[in-house]
Design a protein around this ligand. Sequence first.
Ligand code: GLV
Length: 329
Amino acid sequence: MTAPYRVFVTRVLPGNGFAELLEDPAFDLDVWPVDFPPTRDELLEHVVGVDALVCLITDTIDSAVLNAAGEQLKVVSQMAVGVDNVDVAACSARGIPVGNTPGVLTETTADMAWALILSSARRVVEAAEYVKDGEWKTWTPTQMAGVDVFGSTLGVVGFGAIGQAIARRAQGFGMRVLCWNRTPRPEEAAAVGAEQCGFDDVLSQSDFVCVSIALTDDTRQLIDARAFELMKPGAILVNTARGPIVDEAALVSALEAGQIGGAGLDVTAIEPLAMDSPLLTMRNVVVLPHIGSASLATRGKMADIAVANLRAGLAGEPLPHSVSLAVDG
Ligand code: GLV
């Protein structure tokens, strides 16, 4: 009998696929047992000699990790759609496929963007805290009054599957929807009743600007001081993609200056957000702990895809979902 595949899994995963993997004698699993990710040193130690790595967005998978693992490493399978924490180019150059988990989290993440749109506009979190803090003494005409969502303009920056799902939901709110994507997507825009515009137009005409784009070298700090200057006074920024797409210092300045109306952030430049961040002192900012795809059903499906990618990679088959780059030569 051939030796089982050695696999380091950087956290306990949900889903049936992982439960089956644990019982499968073809796999020798080293599962990181606690919620906190392995430290850099622990990661470098646990990957030595593995055939495969299953990782999360909190794990930095770079050349040093690939070197530490060794030449037998056959696949890197990430349980997330975004893979900015993985040096995909370095993996691809070594012929190591990288898997991700798109599709199943699209609608769940779009729901969360909408939770942030609605809670930022209608001050839901602030108002709930007000009640809990015993501040609710009476009813007044302007108590906790926010801004209307229905009939306003939504701007979607990045028009992939999640951006389109966010836009589709806006139809129910009678909104005008503007979208921008690096590669124009006119058919997808028309399908959800959105107008494709230039980047600056989306920023300057929208009441809600939703960031829904992958983090790459091109999109890092895409929403910068200039972008905030373009935005309408009172506009609300929502980010369910990746924190570093927004220049967080510029966001704080724009909020402090009252240049924009508020922000709903599921992601921050550094996660977890430092407790001394000015963002946490602002009543018009809602910060969530990166839970865009966090429904139990969706997280189970994501883990199942990560396991399917792992199995395919070890079998030398194409991954069901791969982000590997074409390598010249
Ligand atoms: C989560 O942020 C993901 O990329 O899936």
